[in-house]
Design a protein around this ligand. Structure first.
Ligand SMILES: C[S@@+](CC[C@H](N)C(=O)[O-])C[C@H]1O[C@@H](n2cnc3c(N)ncnc32)[C@H](O)[C@@H]1O
Length: 209
């Protein structure tokens, strides 16, 4: 049977239209974040920074980021997800969506101002969380931000995905590497995540390797 670490696991779900994690539209906290970042200027350029969307799925967020003036790279290893994401990006920006494995595909180190997280981290089995954190650290500029949606669950391991954090384990994972600058409950979660999701903004510290 295929495993969440394999593209087939996800690809078959996109092919079958069984994607209960997909948010129809742009979630409220992301809207607020984008509005805040675009404040003071209506022009989309110059770029407000480079954003990476790992495990982007069909990437409903790609256009809102672009429209708010960000330069976006989105990556997913499921071919059907990438096809859908390219469609959402539109012909001009389709080449900003990459088919590849977040952990191994070449992406320039220290080149992103933001990594946007939504339901990718919780799709990984917990043994891959350190690799996720290390990869995010590698790709962000010093002082860059990991922003987005983080999923908590008690007990730690029910039948995932999604695999949620037990309270406190996220601090252990990110604490030495990031400073949490925003942390608030999410009010428009999908039923799958309701009551367990938080919007967080974490700044990459420059004093850890
Ligand atoms: C639960 S879905 C979330 C999709 C999207 N972020 C969203 O919010 O709709 C998890 C996604 O991560 C992708 N994924 C899982 N492991 C990956 C990896 N190692 N590299 C790239 N994508 C991966 C899957 O193909 C799937 O599209």
């Amino acid at each position: 049977m295929s495993h969440p670490s394999q593209p087939d696991f996800w690809n078959s779900r996109y092919m079958a239209g069984q994607t209960p994690w997909e948010f129809p539209g742009v979630p409220a906290d992301l809207q607020k974040f984008l509005k805040q970042k675009s404040k003071g200027s209506s022009a989309p350029a110059p770029s407000r920074g480079r954003v990476l969307i790992p495990g982007c799925g069909s990437a409903h967020e790609i256009r809102p980021f672009i429209d708010a003036g960000f330069e976006v790279t989105a990556i997913d290893f499921a071919p059907k997800a990438v096809e859908l994401a390219k469609r959402h990006a539109g012909p001009v920006f389709a080449n900003h969506v990459v088919l590849g494995d977040f952990f191994t595909h070449y992406l320039p180190a220290g080149s992103f101002d933001y990594v946007y997280e939504r339901t990718f981290l919780c799709s990984l089995t917990p043994d891959r969380r350190e690799a996720y954190r290390n990869r995010v650290c590698q790709l962000l500029k010093p002082g860059g931000y990991l922003v987005g949606y983080f999923y908590y669950q008690i007990p730690v391991l029910e039948n995932g995905p999604p695999f949620g954090f037990a309270w406190g384990t996220a601090d252990e994972l990110f604490g030495r590497h990031f400073i949490l600058t925003k942390d608030q409950p999410v009010t428009d979660s999908l039923p799958l995540f309701a009551g367990r999701e938080r919007w967080q903004e974490q700044r990459r510290t420059s004093f850890t390797g």
